[in-house]
Design a protein around this ligand. Structure first.
Ligand SMILES: Cc1cc2nc3c(=O)[nH]c(=O)nc-3n(C[C@H](O)[C@H](O)[C@H](O)COP(=O)(O)OP(=O)(O)OC[C@H]3O[C@@H](n4cnc5c(N)ncnc54)[C@H](O)[C@@H]3O)c2cc1C
Length: 529
């Protein structure tokens, strides 16, 4: 009897990892064919490594059989970046916190460590990783690095990139790279290049396209739109290759992270949360502008239409409020800050009711509840129109957020639906969830037209970017060339081709001309997370 190529491949995997380490039953294939995006790609198998050696071995076997590989952490990607047609590498068993240095303030972890577990470990010792994605109860470190995640606190604490000190990476050819800042004029760089010549090709390509790369920057506070070539080029100008930064935000397309060393910060002794409701939406922009210089660690806003969607009564939201703002501070004389806001800032605006300032953690949690409930409430709305994510993560220059929210509100009305519009306003990062039924041909056409209008406005009118934090994945791959322009896109592609010449690492993600809806599937049986 002859064995099929699929069997040979699976046999090789099973021989290496045992029955327990390899899954290809129908239920598992279905489970791993989705992430939190609307995309759907059935893998050939799932492999669950227990060590870096296992990761190297998976790559060897995949390489031998020409099968692509998609690293996956918790699978909460909102852009379809954690699914793939070959092997899905489930890293959840690589979950050890290896070393913590309180004196220097860093921690060394495996990529499958859940953020919640890491923060619980750190909190007991007075530290934390101050990144708070909405998925903080589920996401894992490898996935946060993969997407360069940020969240509620990014206005003050930035993105995952700001905390990555070094990464251990298994490259496509199975070699292991210690990725960290390396001076270009020294033996260390020549040693690295002699082992990984592709890195010199990357350096040359970035040098050749330096002007276009630096000129392609957009006036936004953060982004998760491909490799951060501008930052890398600037650092190269100073004679250092920030190797780890090449892999942050690379969405599994350049290598597999097997260890991350992360900077951690002390837990602030106290915080204060302020809740403000505004009678006039127009006041939102100037109010945010007045608050930003005071150094908040979070500024989250929800517009009036979204407050209607949320349901005002359930959350005690005044009927006439046209915007809600949550602001948090974690440093300085908090009482004096609150007094200053109440006495000097608030009177300049038409507040629906007096500012509420909460120091008590329980009350703070209650104030955050409306913001945190918006998305689940959207999900629970009855009817076939659901908040599928296809335009959900734009970022624009901070000063233009109110104008941008007005644009989104008008866009929603123009296409005859309702939407959730909320987000990290201090960063200019909005989450936009218009409700449609993509299985209805009329709605599908409306979604396509809306997406075109949306892309044009974000990129051209607002000079923004399509993803502030959720990544390019499959959902936004078709517009990546427009974000940075053809030359810089080609430079990004050259980085990918140098490090993964056979295109085995997460193909279809980040570099693809497939339209955003082509990988969507199984929507009838799924929740639009
Ligand atoms: C309800 C909800 C709220 C969210 N809120 C936020 C938010 O506020 N801010 C935010 O930034 N994101 C948010 N997200 C998106 C997502 O949760 C984050 O990007 C998160 O960091 C992904 O982590 P994960 O463990 O699920 O990674 P996955 O989804 O498994 O993977 C993400 C990417 O990383 C790659 N990857 C994973 N592990 C590795 C590895 N070992 N080596 C190389 N590449 C790897 C994957 O291939 C993929 O490209 C939200 C998602 C949901 C569902």
């Amino acid at each position: 009897m002859t064995t099929s190529p699929k069997d040979e491949f699976l046999e090789a995997l099973r021989e290496a990892f045992g029955v327990d380490g390899v899954l290809d039953d129908e239920r598992s294939l279905r489970e791993y064919s989705t992430d939190a995006s609307p995309c759907f790609v059935v893998p050939r198998a799932i492999v669950r490594p227990r060590s870096e050696e296992d990761v190297v071995r998976v790559l060897e076997i995949c390489s031998e059989h020409g099968v692509p590989i998609t690293p996956r952490a918790a699978g909460t990607s909102l852009s379809g970046a954690a699914i793939g047609s070959g092997v899905v590498l489930d890293t959840s068993r690589l979950a050890t916190i290896r070393e913590f240095d309180p004196r220097e303030g860093w921690v060394r972890v495996e990529p499958g460590v859940p953020l919640a577990d890491l923060n619980a470990f750190l909190r007991e010792r007075g530290f934390r990783l101050p990144l708070e994605p909405g998925s903080l109860d589920w996401c894992r470190i490898g996935g946060m690095v993969g997407h360069n995640a940020s969240g509620y606190q990014s206005v003050k604490y930035g993105q995952t990139r700001d905390y990555v000190l070094r990464l251990r990476i298994v490259l496509a050819d199975g070699s292991v790279l210690e990725a960290r800042d390396v001076p270009l004029h020294g033996t260390e760089w020549s040693d690295i290049v002699s082992r990984v010549p592709a890195l010199e090709a990357v350096r040359r390509s970035l040098e050749a396209h330096r002007e276009a790369i630096l000129g392609s920057r957009r006036p936004v506070k953060k982004h998760s739109c491909g490799y951060d070539l501008a930052h890398i080029s600037e650092t190269l100008d100073r004679g250092v290759f920030p190797l780890a930064d090449l892999f942050v935000g690379s969405e599994g397309t350049l290598g597999i992270i097997t260890e991350a060393t992360l900077r951690v910060l002390r837990v602030p002794p106290r915080t204060v949360t302020l809740l403000l409701f505004l009678d006039a939406f127009d006041d939102l922009g100037p109010l945010v502008r007045d608050l930003l210089p005071l150094g908040p660690c979070a500024i989250e806003g929800i517009d009036g239409d979204s407050l209607d969607v949320l349901g005002r009564e359930a959350y005690g939201i005044p009927p006439q409020a046209r915007a809600m703002l949550l602001v948090e501070f974690d440093e300085g004389d908090l009482e004096a800050l609150v007094a200053r806001i109440v006495r000097e800032v608030a009177p300049r605006y038409r507040l629906t009711r007096p500012v509420e300032a909460a120091f008590d953690p329980d009350r703070q949690a209650a104030l955050w509840k409306a913001r945190r409930s918006l998305f689940p409430t959207l999900l629970r709305r009855p009817g076939s129109r659901r908040p599928w994510g296809f335009v959900e993560d734009p970022i624009v220059p901070t000063a233009r957020v109110p104008e941008f929210i007005e644009f989104l509100t008008e866009l929603t009305r123009r296409y005859g639906t309702v939407a959730g519009i909320y987000g990290h306003l201090g960063d200019g990062n909005t989450h936009y969830r218009p409700l449609f039924d993509p299985t209805d041909p009329g709605d599908f056409e409306r979604m396509r037209a809306l997406r075109t209008d949306f892309d044009d406005a974000v990129l051209d009118r607002f000079r923004g970017a399509p993803s502030g934090e959720h990544g390019i994945g499959r959902i936004r791959a078709d517009i990546l060339p427009r974000v940075w322009g053809p030359e810089v896109y080609a430079a990004m592609r050259s980085v990918k081709d140098a490090l993964d010449p056979r295109g085995l690492l997460n193909p279809g993600v980040m570099f693809s001309s497939a339209a955003w809806w082509e990988a969507w599937g199984g929507l009838d049986a799924r929740e639009p997370l």
